[in-house]
Design a protein around this ligand. Structure first.
Ligand SMILES: CC(C)(COP(=O)(O)OP(=O)(O)OC[C@H]1O[C@@H](n2cnc3c(N)ncnc32)[C@H](O)[C@@H]1OP(=O)(O)O)[C@@H](O)C(=O)NCCC(=O)NCCS
Length: 262
């Protein structure tokens, strides 16, 4: 760890660069995020009506307003961003779901043919989506107290990861660094929690375990790295099937989500 507590393995990401037009260059990843997902305006009826019927039903199931707003913000972010790359109305986007719940675009056909892929993550006030022409796994987590931390570590982290956390200057930052790497890797593979997390060591520098892909895809040379985003108090990690340059980082406001990306 550095003196400031930023994990040494975190990839520095440039602050903001302008929204770039339509296409993502081959091998690159765009990372869009909004850190204003608690805004009450997200619950206005006209906003909910912009979501597909299934997402509206899902949103209504949340009891806690903050969870509901975060969910709505995530879906607005996703549909606004994908519609931009697909050059279509958000209502024309359709999704399929992998065996363990990973969503993928199934329409418009042109975007599917071009191999456009994404992965969404939400935590506290932040919603984010990574987009590129490759399988992606993104995880963002607010660094927060973990209930029964030692038991959690013993249950979910390998011995090497527990050592990494124990010996770091800021154990909580290190815990969430590993947590994000684990989830980003499992999300890239589309496995989610269905794989025992302890058997998925992801410490910086370690060799990633090889899992059989749920869709029987060929083995890919997964690259997993921590991201040092300009979001104090949050950890993040991105997993891609090949080395990629720094993700192109695009911050949005809640107004952008509500009124569309200009
Ligand atoms: C998929 C999973 C990884 C998401 O975890 P999460 O941190 O709660 O959620 P995130 O905000 O990062 O991601 C949610 C999004 O990921 C996508 N997603 C869902 N299932 C997915 C899967 N199997 N693979 C990849 N992405 C998936 C969806 O877009 C989802 O958004 P939606 O709810 O609007 O549909 C979750 O099922 C899981 O396995 N959680 C592990 C919890 C845990 O014990 N963590 C301890 C870490 S050490």
């Amino acid at each position: 760890m550095t003196r400031e507590g930023i994990p040494v393995h975190a990839l520095p990401v440039a602050e903001d660069r302008a929204v770039r037009p339509g296409k993502i260059p081959p091998g690159e990843v765009d990372l869009w995020y909004c850190a204003e997902s608690h805004q009450p305006a997200l619950e206005e009826p006209y906003v909910l009506n912009d979501l597909c019927v299934h997402a509206q039903q899902q949103a209504r199931r949340f009891v806690c307003p903050e969870d509901r707003r975060r969910f709505i913000a995530g879906r607005l972010l996703l549909q606004n961003v994908l519609a931009r790359y697909c050059e279509c109305e958000p209502s024309r986007l359709e999704y399929s779901t992998g065996s363990f719940g990973k969503p993928a675009l199934s329409s418009p056909p042109s975007a599917v043919a071009a191999g456009l892929q994404f992965n969404l993550s939400r935590s506290s006030e932040v919603v984010a989506v990574a987009v590129g022409h490759m399988p992606l796994g993104l995880d963002i987590e607010k660094q927060r107290p973990v209930a029964h931390e030692q038991a959690f570590l013993a249950r979910q982290f390998s011995s090497q990861e527990q050592e990494y956390v124990r010996h770091s200057l800021r154990p909580r930052a290190a815990l969430f660094e590993i947590w994000c790497r684990k989830e980003a890797y499992l999300k890239a593979l589309g496995l989610g929690i269905f794989h025992p997390l302890r058997k998925c060591p992801v410490s910086p520098g370690c060799t990633l375990p090889v899992f059989e892909s749920p869709r029987g895809q060929p083995h890919l040379d997964w690259q997993l790295r921590s991201l040092n985003l300009p979001l104090p108090g949050y950890a993040a990690a991105l997993c891609t099937p090949a080395p990629t340059p720094c993700p192109h980082l695009i911050p949005l406001s809640c107004d952008d989500l509500l009124n569309g990306i200009r």
